[in-house]
Design a protein around this ligand. Structure first.
Ligand code: GLC
Length: 432
């Protein structure tokens, strides 16, 4: 009974554990959205090299890195097409790099001179049209913003080897940087009213130095329903594991795996190491099964076109997400893994259990320790009604038996089949 209670408690809506305690009602859209698209777009796409890190790590000089600005044309930038692609992939939000660690702003910032409007042939604000395209499609708007700015003369660090100054020795200079930082965030808030800030680059300074608590309060006072990722030295709303799909369920009530499609965040023409749509679908199913989101990255070219491999992958992902929408969006984390060999999710009221089949089964699939009666089983997006058989149930024990379901080959999805098990009420599990 205690275990049952514990499990039911896990299913209740919870509050974010971050220092800020953003209410669940604000986090809800994020928890329901499941899939977001991350976009790394900047001058680094010109040569097709690592964003910011390539000069930070001295793989090329700062001057050569910045010379890429001359080739950043955005001449084929089509935010409407970007919006369509994001929408067709089944994403419910997107996050655009408005400024990476290199300090090059993607909007016509008035807080400083280093932006694509002033310094590149693109010559205009690139963030606004994107925000508009998302809003027109009812997609939520996330803005990536790097706290650290390796180009700014008042930021203490320039590269791995070059330190400009020590903030304890020149506090006024650091304050000047913070003023610039706040001015840029003010511009982004005023102009675009994002739903979410995806911060990055907090690790070089302490929470005190960033005035993180105050920054959080300032942002939330301006827009109470604004969501902040974790990269604000602990003052964010949700965790952001990067690249590594979690093996065990993260403890954070809200989290999002950010993941590249190949091995690069930005466009790199020599990186062909793409994950297949099937591999991405498996990772995505694991994320939602463990109560998280996937933020899948694309890297447009310097002219704003999206590489064809990335377009195709998003379209194939979209085929699967649209077909299986009811098992994805607005669901909750599924069963503890002992109950089913594969990812699972639960409907918001936890009375429908969705089973994801990463492999075509060689025999009937099995659910262990399910106490509910089953009203109906069907193949999601395909409709076939399936039979089940309960074995090993004994009248003198609480043990509910093993539930076998046969899934005929003709119902299988080419990527991953999903089965909906409609229960007689909220899921109840036997865990002794
Ligand atoms: C890291 C990197 C950065 C990348 C980001 C995405 O923090 O510094 O290059 O944009 O992760 O999560």
């Amino acid at each position: 009974m205690r275990l049952l209670l514990l499990f039911s408690l896990c299913l209740l809506p919870r509050f974010s554990s971050a220092q800020g305690s953003t209410p669940d009602s604000v986090m809800r859209w994020f928890g329901d959205a499941k899939l977001g698209i991350f976009i790394h777009w900047g001058i680094y796409a010109v040569n097709g090299i690592d964003e910011s890190w390539s000069f930070f790590n001295h793989y090329l000089s700062y001057a050569d890195y910045m010379a890429q600005a001359e080739g950043f044309t955005a001449s084929a930038y089509d935010p409407q097409a970007w919006g369509d692609l994001i929408d067709s992939a089944g994403a419910r939000y997107a996050v655009l790099t408005t400024k990476h660690h290199d300090g090059v702003a993607l909007w016509d910032s008035e807080a400083g001179p280093l932006n694509v409007a002033k310094r590149t042939p693109a010559g205009c604000d690139l963030v606004g049209p994107f925000v508009k395209a998302l809003r027109e499609r009812d997609l939520r708007v996330g803005l990536y913003y790097s706290h650290c700015d390796w180009s700014h003369p008042d930021y203490p660090i320039h590269t791995r080897q070059i330190r400009r100054y020590d903030i304890t020795e020149e506090p006024a200079r650091w304050q000047r940087f913070l003023g610039f930082h706040r001015a840029q965030l003010d511009e982004l808030m005023t102009r675009y009213q994002p739903d979410l800030f995806w911060f990055d680059g907090d690790w070089e300074q302490t929470a005190e130095a960033w005035q993180a608590a105050d920054l959080r309060a300032w942002l939330k006072a301006r827009q109470p329903d604004l969501i902040l990722n974790s990269r604000l030295t602990g003052y964010g709303d949700y965790a952001t594991p990067e690249q590594g799909p979690p093996v065990t369920r993260p403890e954070a009530p809200y989290w999002e795996l950010c993941l590249t499609m190949n091995d690069s965040w930005g466009y790199q023409r020599n990186d062909h190491n793409y994950k297949t749509p099937y591999q991405l679908i498996r990772i995505f199913a694991d994320c939602i099964s463990m109560g998280g989101n996937l933020l899948l990255d694309i890297g447009p070219r310097a002219d704003g076109s999206i590489p064809p491999e990335q377009v195709t992958t998003l379209q194939q992902l979209g085929r699967w997400t649209h077909k299986h929408a009811e098992a994805i969006y607005h669901t909750r984390a599924g069963l503890p893994p002992e109950h089913f060999y594969g990812p699972t999710t639960l409907s918001a009221d936890s009375s429908t259990l969705f089973l994801f089949l990463p492999h075509p089964p060689q025999g009937p699939i099995v659910i262990k320790g399910l106490k509910n009666r089953i009203n109906r089983i069907r193949v999601v997006g395909q409709g076939t009604k399936l039979d089940h058989q309960v074995l090993s149930r004994v009248y003198w024990s609480e043990y509910p038996g093993l539930c076998y379901i046969t899934v005929p080959a003709y119902t299988h999805d080419p990527d991953m089949t999903v089965i909906a098990v409609q229960l007689d009420g909220p899921v109840r599990l036997f865990r002794e």
